[in-house]
Ligand binder design. Sequence first.
Ligand SMILES: Nc1ncnc2c1ncn2[C@@H]1O[C@H](COP(=O)(O)OP(=O)(O)OP(=O)(O)O)[C@@H](O)[C@H]1O
Ligand SMILES: [Mg+2]
Length: 455
Amino acid sequence: MTAPPRPRGLVVDKDEARGREMTAFLDERVGVDATLVRDGEAAYNVLDTETVHVLITDLRAQRIDGMRLLEIARARNSEVAVVIIASEVELEVATEAMRRGAYDVQTRPLNFERLQAVLERAISHQRLVVEVSDLQARLDHRYGIQYLTGMSPQMISVYDRIRQLASTRTTILVTGETGTGKELVAKSIHHLSPRRNEPFVALNCSALAEGVVESELFGHERGAFTGAVAERKGRFEIADGGTLFLDEISEVSPAVQVKLLRVIQERELERVGGTGTIRVDVRLICATNRDLGALVREGRFREDLYYRLNVASIHLPPLRERKSDIPILVDEFIEQFNDENRKRIKGVTRGAMELLMQYDWPGNVRELRNLIEGMVVFGHDGEPLDVGDLPNHLRAQPSESRDLGLRVGMTMEEIEKRAIEETLKATGYDKQRTAQILGIGLRTLYRKMKQYQGP
Ligand SMILES: Nc1ncnc2c1ncn2[C@@H]1O[C@H](COP(=O)(O)OP(=O)(O)OP(=O)(O)O)[C@@H](O)[C@H]1O
Ligand SMILES: [Mg+2]
């Protein structure tokens, strides 16, 4: 791999000797190619003509002040690292600068050690953002999965699975908690399959009364029941040649289960009140947020149907188990709702992102998406979403003080297992951080996780 290009820097200082010292520091210690300008107006011209990754400016830069430069720089490049140099008495303004997305505020004499650390962190973050968006673009290209966002290892294996199964005719069962994207997976499969130009038809089995589901699925003849004034095609017939997606499949009645089994096995059906059989060629994808296997054991779902539906399965992990996807999803949703609402929200502040990362997301991606929609609609154009824009239940999260649930009588092994499990949950299954917090090596963590997973 070739070395990444050096980041571009901009230093605003009316004192030329001091400014040169700064550009030399950036060049030698941080690896940044920096330009020195005397005032805010000259800085503005540079910001307007090239991409700047690092901006170092006096709060009281002449003509255009540091605060305004911060705003302009962030509008041009939302990832820019801005360091503001203020005097002791201006610290209140400095806090405001941090709130508006400055990376650091320093007073003279400067602490070059800290400056170096801050800039290095910012630059490695910038590289990561670029890599992530590159990778996402490549993934989209490779998988044609434009609907789904996220690049956690869990999502990558979901994409692999979609890819593998798309070209087949196999019935697929998609499982996962509410809001994890089960319907999107079904659509992606359809769009990658040879059936992509045929219909994709969806039906949520829990949204309709029991009797209605049957006629919705299989259609009915005229006069089949009171109100059936005309014959009507069911979803299976409408989806002929394409894909039928049945959401909340656990909710269908025993009578419908029998009929479903028949269509899957014989590829034919009878309309309600009809006598003739109708042949259909439909690829069936079902989804459930319940444990269908358990319903089978309880005798509430037909075992033979379960095996037919579950020929292949795709499991979507809850968002709290793949928190590394949160920043990408947030960006994606902000962009989407900016477009829809003609708004110009500029990302989120680091503080807000921290809270978004801490939260557990019981409603998964749907909850995140709805939340961002609301915040974009009420947010201020040209500004990032901040902690104050978040709803109360996100702001008032109990900080990492989770109860381990220890009690007298537990073995050391049980205690260790509990500590590992809870720390994993608290870090969003970030193994590196978990190992750090527990003070053990990553390898040890893996070994113990394996050991505790049981046979
Ligand atoms: N990986 C993802 N990338 C982008 N958007 C997503 C993703 N997963 C879910 N969403 C969005 O979240 C919302 C819920 O997704 P979807 O309807 O597919 O969930 P579901 O698993 O079918 O939920 P339910 O069990 O409640 O029916 C949709 O608006 C969808 O666009
Ligand atoms: Mg759904």
